[in-house]
Design a protein around this ligand. Structure first.
Ligand SMILES: NC(=O)c1ccc[n+]([C@@H]2O[C@H](COP(=O)([O-])OP(=O)(O)OC[C@H]3O[C@@H](n4cnc5c(N)ncnc54)[C@H](O)[C@@H]3O)[C@@H](O)[C@H]2O)c1
Length: 349
């Protein structure tokens, strides 16, 4: 019998168990052979669920195994050391978003992957949703034309994730910018063909999370530990002249529980994600409608994992390459820098 594609998972928490495990299990040729988590009991539980995999407390033991790929699902700040350990031992890597919280680390991982001819993919599942695929196809066919502006929103009313991995800066490296802003921003950048950001101004601050004015819909969090922003906004200039506004929040007074969206304005047409509504002018008449995908994808996370697996086995480019991710992280990193310096910053990465 031919040897299966061997996968090791690092970080066995919510996202690993909830979507990565089912995603890998849906690929017949894949065997999950090991799971690592600093919480040994969690590693053992998920290793069992994976089907008789080995459990490790230390991911440095996992990467020593003979594996084809490693899937990193740890808190954000642990991504870089875990990804580097996997790449150094010759494994292809799929890593949860944000790949890293600094452009320096993204470059370090990306250049190592390139040198070793290994695939590195950021897990941005929004790119694999039906509406995103439909919009991208329409944009590629000229629906947008030259893009001159975009709006990005990842705004929540009271869905503040309480776990330390999201609110302790030492683990998360940022608040809503890094946790949810990165989803809508990556999607929007992809629709814009990832222009290079050159100047950014912005704000990142805490309005509510240290107090009790807005109750968390996911329960209580440690106010003392909370060391990230609960609201951020930015204005971005790109090298092609295009601009972008971005807003991200865990808490704020708005009627929607969450507004995760973007809107892209081009010379030929404009479009909104995720609604996939478009507007244009055809033959002197206003035209508008809703784009639909030709193929229905029910589980974008599983589709993303399959895309990673296929890029490795078919030796194709990474579906979410680090060269695109670094531009996304540069914008978020620059919003924090602009807040710190109190002025617009020139983006360097
Ligand atoms: N794509 C998405 O929609 C999505 C959704 C949620 C979370 N995420 C991302 O997934 C990652 C994990 O989030 P989560 O919700 O699963 O968090 P979680 O807290 O549920 O799980 C993280 C796990 O990593 C383990 N861990 C911590 N340090 C470790 C280390 N040094 N070595 C091994 N394991 C370690 C923890 O013990 C925990 O079990 C984060 O980067 C987050 O941004 C993505």
């Amino acid at each position: 019998m031919a040897r299966k594609f061997r996968v090791g998972i690092i970080g066995a928490g919510g996202i690993a168990r909830g979507v990565h495990l089912p995603g890998w299990k849906a690929i017949p040729d894949v065997e999950i052979v090991a799971v690592a988590d600093i919480n040994e009991a969690q590693a053992e539980l998920v290793a069992k669920e994976a089907g008789n995999a080995q459990a490790f407390k230390d991911y440095r033991d996992l990467v020593k195994l003979e594996l084809d790929a490693v899937d990193v699902c740890t808190p954000n700040r642990v991504h870089t050391p875990a990804v580097l350990a996997a790449l150094k031992t010759g494994k292809h890597v799929l890593c949860e978003k944000p790949l890293a919280v600094t452009t320096r680390e993204v470059r370090q991982m990306g250049e190592l992957a390139d040198r070793k001819k290994l695939k590195l993919m950021t897990a941005q599942q929004q790119r694999f949703t039906n509406s995103a695929r439909a919009i991208k196809g329409w944009a590629n066919a000229g629906g947008l034309g030259e893009v001159y502006h975009a709006r990005v929103r990842a705004m929540r009313r009271a869905w503040l994730p309480c776990a330390p991995g999201f609110i302790d800066n030492k683990l998360s490296g940022g608040g809503p910018c890094m946790d949810i802003g990165v989803h809508a921003l990556d999607l929007c950048m992809w629709l814009m063909d990832c222009p290079k950001p050159v100047r950014v101004t912005g704000t990142a601050k805490v309005n509510f999370a240290k107090g009790n004015k807005i109750p968390g819909m996911w329960g209580e969090w440690d106010r003392k530990m909370f060391s990230v922003e609960d609201f951020a906004a930015g204005f971005v200039h790109f090298d092609n002249g295009a601009t972008m506004t971005l807003e991200a929040a865990f808490l704020g007074h708005q009627p929607e529980n969450e507004d995760m969206s973007c809107q892209v304005f081009g010379i030929n047409g404009g479009v909104k994600w995720p609604s996939a509504e478009f507007a244009t002018v055809t033959g002197g008449s206003f035209a508008q409608g809703t784009l639909t995908a030709a193929r229905n994808v029910e589980r974008p996370h599983s589709e993303e994992i399959k895309a990673f697996y296929e890029c490795v086995v078919n030796r194709k480019p990474s579906p979410v390459p680090w060269t695109e991710t670094i531009r996304v992280i540069a914008i978020l990193e620059s919003i924090y820098a602009a807040q710190k310096l109190g002025r617009e910053v020139v983006v360097k990465f």
